[in-house]
Design a protein around this ligand. Structure first.
Ligand code: FE2
Length: 406
């Protein structure tokens, strides 16, 4: 097993390539990060409107069921029969009072409590479970649940801090900026398998430096550009971060000479693709929030989405997108959100670039010995007021090394 000293330096300005490829590191991440002391995003209350509604998702590489029980409470538990380890529920969502294993029909209630074992007393006084078998010893591990603004988080740790303490003041305030108590309306889903390590996705969203360079669409149409008014803000741990920026104009300046992908001569055939309207009280037009360990909250113009990271193995993760609006949106706003969603997800005018470079990064990293460099903007981990920085990546690795003891 890798040790702290294997990192090669105390620094957080470099990450050895093996953190993206080593199966032992991946196993430790699943145990310490995803099954450890963290709040993982698992779904929206709007997805479970009625009693008995459930959804199946993943925390790290563990399949979990999240359900609204008969009292209306949200519950969560491991999706794995205590008998022989069979996946209890094979549907992505549905409605059910009980969860019955397809193999031997052991049945569980909405809290994962074992309620039924067929032939527990045998047949004709033959067979059955031993006298000392107690059903309550085989309940499924129940997850702690936290809810805020209609968003559901779950944890395998029973003694987690409240979500607002976990996020810290700044990240809670920006979370509440989007999830302000209005009812949420799911507009659609998208999912993709990206052939790269899951941390590369977080690094991508925490990295404003690349946005001005890689994304033709963002820089050309002024949606996210290094010469705009911006902030990068972290919580105390470093695990969560916010990139906050304000849209500028489509024109060249002294600051854009390094942006090779800026095309001032490009125009949209259909300008409706970008017709943002102001909907939040502040002047930010884009806020990208990363919540340790598996959530990205995206507000780019009027396209809103949650992206959930589901690691599969060191070299791949699934990215699950949930696009949403609010119950009080009019039809024009819903159409606008959906139109702007063309920037995002697997084939998105912006996001396709990110999936591609994550794959290219993993390809290079997988060649072997080397280190990833995160020196842009200095060596600090404190908040910044510009985009030419990798500070949120350094903050992430500060927290990562502490949790992983690496
Ligand atoms: Fe990007």
């Amino acid at each position: 097993m890798r040790q702290c000293e294997d990192w090669g330096t105390d620094s957080i300005t470099e990450a050895p390539f093996w953190v993206y490829t080593d199966p032992d590191v991946f196993d430790r991440e699943m145990a310490r990060i995803f099954c450890g002391r963290s709040w993982s995003y698992v779904g929206l209350e709007a997805e479970l409107p009625d009693r008995g509604d459930y959804l199946v998702t993943r925390i790290g590489n563990r399949s979990v069921i999240v359900t609204r029980d008969q009292d209306g409470e949200i519950r969560g538990f491991l999706n794995r029969c205590a008998h022989r380890g069979v996946k209890l529920c094979r549907h992505a969502r549905g409605n059910s009072r009980m969860f019955v294993c397809p193999y031997h029909q052991w049945s569980y209630d909405a809290r994962g409590r074992l309620k039924g074992v067929p032939f527990i007393k045998g047949v004709k006084q033959l067979g059955g479970m031993p006298e000392d078998f107690r059903r309550e010893d085989y309940d499924l591990p129940e997850l702690a649940i936290a809810r805020r603004g209609g968003v559901i988080f779950a944890s395998f740790a029973p003694d987690m801090p409240a979500l607002e303490d976990y996020l810290g003041d700044t990240n809670t305030a920006y979370f509440d900026r989007v999830f302000d108590g209005r009812g949420l309306r799911v507009l659609g889903y998208s999912r993709q398998l990206i052939p790269g390590n899951w941390k590369l996705m977080f690094e991508n969203i925490k990295d404003p430096y690349h946005a001005s360079l890689l994304h033709v669409f963002l820089v050309t149409f002024g949606l996210f550009r290094a010469d705009q008014k911006s902030q990068v803000r972290m919580d105390e741990s470093g695990g969560h971060a916010l990139l906050i920026s304000q849209r500028g104009e489509q024109k060249a300046s002294e600051d854009t000479k390094d942006m090779r992908n800026l095309r001032v001569d490009f125009t949209l055939e259909d300008a409706r693709l970008l017709d943002p309207v102001k909907e939040f009280p502040d002047d930010a037009t884009v806020v990208m929030q990363t919540v340790w360990p598996n959530l990205i909250v995206q507000q780019q113009s009027n396209t809103l989405a949650l992206r959930q990271i589901q690691p599969r193995h060191p070299g791949a993760f699934e990215l699950h997108w949930t696009f949403f609006g609010f119950d009080d949106d009019d039809e024009a706003m819903t159409t606008r959100r959906l139109r702007q969603a063309n920037l995002m997800s697997a084939a998105g005018l912006v996001s396709a670039d990110d999936s591609e470079v994550i794959k290219l990064a993993q390809d290079g990293i997988a060649e072997g010995d080397g280190r990833s460099l995160m020196l842009m903007g200095g060596r600090g981990t404190g908040d910044e007021t510009h985009m030419v920085t990798e500070v949120a990546l350094r903050a992430f690795y500060k927290h990562y090394r502490a949790v992983m003891e690496l």
